[in-house]
Design a protein around this ligand. Structure first.
Ligand code: PBG
Length: 331
C-alpha cells in the first residue's frame, strides 16, 4: 500500500478525529450482529441450568431452555448458534460410540432448534473429547492418539449431525484428512448443502481450560493435546493448514484461540481471501469477564473493542460467549 502523508502541519491526523461525524466517516471496520456466532453448552434434563464456575454468566442449558434462548438470540439478530454437549460420565467410553448416536444430546438439540427456531443456523462440534473416557479428541491406543481411525469415527459423527439438520459442521479435532473425508461422505449421503467450518489453525492452548470444565473434560483429560493441536510458536504452519483444509473442501476456516493469534487471522485473510473466523475462547472470556466483575475493565467497551479487533484483523465473524451481550449493545 502506498502511504503518502504530507509533512505537518499540512497533515494533522487529529483533524479527522475531532467529531463523531468525521470519525464515523473514516471508520474502516464495523461490528454487527451478522458477525456473531454464539457457542452454547447443553446438558440433559428439563428446565434446568448449571453454572460454570470458571465462566461466570455462562450456563449449561437443557434443550427446552436452549430453544427459548435461541429464540431470544434470533430476536437480537444472532444468526448462528454453536452447540457443545456436556456428556454424562456414564456415556463416556473408550470407543466414544455416543458421538455418532443419532439420538445423542447434541443431535436432539439440533432437531429441536431446527423445528422451533428455524431462522437460526446450527453449527456443531466434531471431535471425540466430550464422549471419550480419556478426554482426547481422538481414539487413544497405548497412549497414542490414532489419526485415521479417528477420522473414520468423525465422519460417522458428522453424518449423524447432518442427518439431524445441522447447517454447519465444525471439526475441531485437528486430525489430518478429516475435512476431505467428511466432505466426501456428506456429498455421497445427499448433504450437498451442509457447510463445513474447519477449525483449521487450532493451537494447543492454555486458554481452553474453562471450556474443558464446561464440557466436563478437564478431569478426564490424560496428558496434553500437543501431538495434534498446533504449537503456539508457529505461524507458517497455520497458513499451510488453512490452505490444506480449503483444498479439501472447507467452506469456512477458523483460527483458535483468537486474541493471542490475531496475526494468524490477518495472514489467513490476506493469503486466501476465504471466509475467516476466530474463536474468542473460554479463557479469553474468563479473563475479560473476571476483570469486568472486579470493576477493573469497562464491560460494554471492552466487549465491543475485543470483538472489533477481530474484524480489523480480517475476520468475517467471531465465535464468542459474549454474543448476547454484544448483540444487546449493538441494538
Ligand atoms: C474440543 C474443543 C475445545 C474447544 C472447542 N472444541 C477444547 C479443546 O480442544 O480442548 C475450546 C473452546 C473454548 O475454549 O472456548 N474439541
Amino acid at each position: 500500500m502506498a502511504n503518502i502523508t504530507a509533512p505537518y502541519p499540512a497533515s494533522r491526523f487529529r483533524r479527522m478525529r475531532q467529531s463523531p461525524t468525521l470519525r464515523a466517516l473514516q471508520r474502516e471496520n464495523t461490528l454487527t450482529t451478522d458477525d456473531l456466532i454464539w457457542p452454547v453448552f447443553i446438558r440433559e434434563g428439563e428446565n434446568a441450568v448449571t453454572p460454570i464456575t470458571s465462566m461466570p454468566g455462562v450456563e449449561r442449558q437443557t434443550i427446552d431452555i436452549l430453544v427459548r434462548n435461541a429464540a431470544k438470540a434470533a430476536q437480537l439478530g444472532i444468526r448462528v448458534i454453536c452447540l457443545f454437549p456436556y456428556i454424562e460420565q456414564s456415556l463416556k467410553t473408550e470407543d466414544c460410540a455416543d458421538a455418532w448416536n443419532p439420538d445423542n444430546l447434541a443431535n436432539r438439540a439440533i432437531r429441536a432448534l431446527k423445528a422451533e427456531v428455524p431462522e437460526i443456523a446450527v453449527m456443531t462440534d466434531v471431535a471425540l473429547d466430550p464422549y471419550n473416557i480419556n478426554g482426547h479428541d481422538g481414539f487413544v491406543v497405548d497412549g497414542e492418539i490414532l489419526n485415521d481411525e479417528t477420522v473414520a469415527a468423525l465422519v460417522k459423527m458428522a453424518l449423524a449431525q447432518a442427518d439431524a439438520g445441522a447447517d454447519i459442521i465444525g471439526p475441531s479435532d485437528m486430525m489430518d484428512g478429516r475435512i476431505g473425508a467428511i466432505r466426501t461422505a456428506l456429498e455421497s449421503a445427499g448433504h450437498q448443502k451442509t457447510c463445513i467450518m474447519s477449525y483449521a489453525a487450532k493451537y494447543a492452548s492454555a486458554f481452553y481450560g474453562p471450556f474443558r470444565d464446561a464440557v466436563g473434560a478437564s478431569g478426564a483429560l490424560k496428558g496434553d493435546k500437543n501431538t495434534y493441536q498446533m504449537d503456539p510458536a508457529n505461524g507458517d504452519e497455520a497458513i499451510r493448514l488453512v490452505g490444506r483444509d480449503l483444498a479439501e473442501g472447507a467452506d469456512l476456516v477458523m483460527v483458535k484461540p483468537g486474541m493471542p493469534y490475531l496475526d494468524i487471522c490477518r495472514r489467513v485473510k490476506d493469503t486466501y481471501g476465504a471466509p475467516t473466523y476466530a474463536y474468542q475462547v473460554s479463557g479469553e472470556y474468563a479473563m475479560l469477564r473476571g476483570a469486568i466483575d472486579q470493576g477493573w475493565l469497562d464491560r460494554d467497551k471492552v466487549i465491543l473493542e475485543s470483538l472489533l479487533g477481530f474484524k480489523r484483523a480480517g475476520c468475517d465473524g467471531i465465535l464468542t460467549y459474549f454474543a448476547l451481550d454484544a448483540a444487546r449493545l449493538l441494538a
